[in-house]
Design a protein around this ligand. Sequence first.
Ligand code: A3P
Length: 295
Amino acid sequence: MEKIHDVTRPPLEYVKGVPLIKYFAEAMGPLQSFQARPDDLLISTYPKSGTTWVSEILDMIYQGGDLEKCHRAPIFIRVPFLEFKAPGLPSGMDTLKDTPTPRLLKTHLPLTLLPQTLLDQKVKTIYVARNAKDVAVSYFHFYRMAKVHPDPGTWDSFLEKFMAGDVSYGSWYQHVKEWEELSHTHPILYLFYEDMKENPKREIQKILEFLGRSLPEKTVDYIVEQTSFKEMKKNSMANYSNVPTEVMDHSISNFMRKGIAGDWKNTFTVAQNERFDADYAEKMAGCGLHFRTEL
Ligand code: A3P
């Protein structure tokens, strides 16, 4: 394992044409030996789309709403992040060795890099998509605080890179589209961050139905409450505060930053918004996906 002080914002590395954080690119080799199990549950998202939120919801469901049990370990241990690797921290593959069945797994991989075993085992997947404008802003601040990323540069230059798919995990546009297409042939529940913000209870009920589980209504209400932004922000097992500062520096920007829909309006200039909308219309032409950029 490399030492923590070795984190020096390395440039992204390309794997099958997809730009990745250097350490994650290195993890793609060992990930080839990953074996999915039919009772795994995969959480798939483009970064900054509500991964941690839905992960906490799922662990609470799996633990029957028992918060103490959810406090047993940080979220990245409870829900192993398949392609994760960073200096001084256990990789996703290392974490998996100690993860009991039934497992919750996390990935941000686009389909070209997704381990085939997940498809072969027909692993149920919950995909969460979030509108591109809020993702871009959230990603910019995440690049600033998570030093495994290259330097984001200015907001304007980062936005250009985001639109060009020149950020870790590549194109948001392709990601949300290809996973939606896959949901027509595979057991995938496709959710939206904005719907979760609007009515978390309704979305948790969709999750329970998809999993074929049920919980008493008061437990569902309790899960809604404990997975609110306000509660998760102060929950050290959910807010990434136990990651070494050399890897994530919350004094630059909190991981639990704002947790709202429509924050992009505080960052995009009018010109950036116009340029983004025109480019978006081209990239998403003919796509049936509808994203809400505010509630
Ligand atoms: P912001 O940066 O816009 O605040 P991911 O977990 O995929 O990395 O996504 C992180 C984003 O989800 C951040 O968005 C974070 O604040 C937000 N988030 C995390 N927990 C949340 C919750 N319980 N409710 C709403 N948003 C949440």
